[in-house]
Design a protein around this ligand. Sequence first.
Ligand SMILES: Nc1nc2c(ncn2[C@@H]2O[C@H](COP(=O)(O)OP(=O)(O)OP(=O)(O)O)[C@@H](O)[C@H]2O)c(=O)[nH]1
Ligand SMILES: [Mg+2]
Length: 363
Amino acid sequence: MALQVGIIGLPNSGKTTIFNALTRAGAQVAGYPFSTVDPNYGVAAVPDARLEKVAKAAKCGKVVPADLRLVDIAGLVEGAHRGEGLGNQFLAHIREVDAIAHAVRCFSSPDVAHVRAEVDPVKDIEVVNAELILADLEAVSRRKERIGKAAASGDREKAREMEVLRKVEEGLDSETPVRAMGLSRDEKAVLDGLFLLTAKPVIYVANLGEDQLPDGGPLLEAVREVAEAEGARTVAFCARLEAEIEELEADEMEEFLAAYGIERPGLEEFASRCCDLLGLITFFTTESGECRAWPLRSGGSAVEAAGKIHTDMARGFIRAEVIGWEDFLAYGSFSAAREAGAVRVEGRDYVVRDGDVMLFRFS
Ligand SMILES: Nc1nc2c(ncn2[C@@H]2O[C@H](COP(=O)(O)OP(=O)(O)OP(=O)(O)O)[C@@H](O)[C@H]2O)c(=O)[nH]1
Ligand SMILES: [Mg+2]
């Protein structure tokens, strides 16, 4: 199963607008809460300036960016862990994702209902995070009940699990998400089967109003502070504006962005941050006139990379020729780079680096 990022947040925070802008899926957006009930699944192309450069150097006619899988989830309200709103459904959908993009409303608009009288992104974040923490507390307490007897009667593995569960419970009680508890690899492994919501990596997406561009102002500052406190990143953009510019040609887009004082579409940064969050790196191929970016888990080997392209390539793997993307630009082809002695020959266990351009030999 390909890794996916779930977009969560309060109703009317702009989740579906963000999802549509990235995936061009055209899912329903509305000014009333709970316009999304069933999750929307979509695939976005990850913009990558390196890919464009490699394609140009290799004179490739076709450019295929890496995919990012997104899920747009129903809005959450206070009490979701008890089943308020679309609570339980919402939580079940979050369990399935590998990372979370938490959409936070910073824009004010008289046409778009808000659960409170005024826009307060910090309170909004607290409401959402509190629900996730409460849901995790329930999961932990259920697990404790389940293994309590075994742990007490000398089952060492269960006793160890109990120890970790107690530690996590304590942290959750003091409102710390699991991801910010500094757990060891072993401790995390013990928790794996529980699919805890606050253990998932998160990025905050501050959805700004058109009038808050380009720098976001005090509301964005406040979101950043909350994010930093738990070691998370923030991206900020105006989702509605970004959705509009997605429809434009490149030069028109630049003009449009410049009018708002923006250098680069926020969606681009968001997509690439999502890949980081999922622990993915990118390698490139330039075969048969097609330049392509492929996602690979960080630490992945050459044979795994080959398997991304085709299972046969992994099965019959002989060797990989590798050159960093920046070095590749000077040559434009593997044959030219090979002649200059700039290509490395690597075996199946080679750990692929972010930005490698690769050519696989297989039988
Ligand atoms: N002014 C302004 N309005 C926005 C922005 N982003 C979204 N909206 C509007 O806010 C409303 C809600 O947007 P949605 O994307 O449907 O919000 P949602 O979070 O998916 O809402 P639910 O699915 O109901 O939970 C729509 O009317 C959008 O047009 C923005 O950046 N600025
Ligand atoms: Mg929606």
